[in-house]
Design a protein around this ligand. Structure first.
Ligand SMILES: C[S@@+](CC[C@H](N)C(=O)[O-])C[C@H]1O[C@@H](n2cnc3c(N)ncnc32)[C@H](O)[C@@H]1O
Length: 275
């Protein structure tokens, strides 16, 4: 019965999407729904916060968080007293962080491949597959070499990679993922996702559509595009070595367990080699 209701809603909304002239496609769409959606559907990824807290305790501040987004991890770290520089290239995501920030956080709007900061850090990290948003090896090397420059001697870099992004069919046509109440606007949001995998370049492209219906029945449609590069285990080990890092540990989950063929997250911890 529930499945049937979802199917009918999904079919109806797909129709709206196809007919709607008022289709918004802008860069701040992901920030509009990010915190809310993360809470709604990312129950597994949420467990990373404790791991980053443990690692911060182990390696100490000052900490550099690349791709901090709206501060999902920045805030808990700063509330534990860690001094943290939070860097992201999205003004909209950083605006969300600014609304929750405190004296332990320094916010920098910059690209992870080209930032330049005066400070040097004991610990740097990139959570939630964000490193994979760099779609070429050239960009990834630029980023890693830049981080290397910003680490103190003996400093450590942590990167959370999703190794499974391309383990799916080449194409997923628009599929209804959820319909849920969106409290900030007292509206209802239905989310549809689709993807295409470019096997040649190892890149997965998602297109997500959000249909928001307010209390008066007005609909607004938003689109968001995200692409991630496949980074397999050997690739990560080699690129880190190539950029002046030595692997010090690799976890296959957020409880610091071993890597298995079922690991959905692989966390690479590497130290700055002295060169
Ligand atoms: C999936 S979100 C993750 C946010 C946060 N780390 C978390 O775990 O909730 C990815 C973030 O990476 C940022 N990002 C993507 N490419 C970037 C780049 N080249 N330089 C800096 N930030 C980037 C996006 O703006 C976005 O905030």
């Amino acid at each position: 019965m529930i499945k049937l209701a979802f199917f009918i809603v999904s079919e109806y909304l797909t129709q709206i999407i196809m007919e709607n002239d008022f289709l918004k496609s802008s860069s701040n769409v992901s920030s509009r729904f990010y915190d809310w959606e993360f809470d709604l559907i990312c129950s597994e990824q949420k467990k990373d916060v404790n791991m980053w807290l443990n690692l911060a305790e182990m390696f100490d501040d000052p900490i550099l968080e690349l791709c901090c987004g709206s501060g999902r991890i920045t805030i808990p770290l700063s509330e534990k007293g860690f001094k943290i520089t939070a860097l992201d290239n999205s003004a909209e995501m950083l605006q969300l962080l600014k609304e929750k920030t405190n004296e332990n956080i320094e916010i920098i709007e910059s690209d992870m491949t080209s930032f330049h900061l005066e400070k040097k850090y004991r610990f740097a990290f990139i959570s939630y597959s964000s490193f994979q948003q760099l779609l070429s090896k050239k960009e990834q090397i630029k980023c890693l070499k830049n981080i290397h420059k910003h680490l103190k001697n003996g400093g450590v870099l942590g990167i959370d990679i999703n190794p499974c992004i391309c383990e799916e069919p080449d194409v997923l046509t628009k599929t209804h993922l959820y319909t849920a109440w969106f409290p900030p606007n007292n509206s209802t949001v239905s989310m549809f996702t689709s993807h295409k995998i470019d096997r040649k370049n190892g890149i997965k492209h998602w297109q997500d559509t959000y249909v928001e219906i307010d209390k008066k029945g007005n609909e607004t449609v938003y689109q968001n595009h995200v692409s991630l590069k496949e980074c397999n285990h050997n690739y990560m080990i080699n690129i880190l070595e190539e950029c002046g890092f030595t692997i010090i540990d690799i976890f296959g989950d957020f409880k610091e367990g071993q890597v298995t063929k079922n690991s959905n997250n692989i966390i690479y911890l590497s130290g700055k080699k002295l060169i």
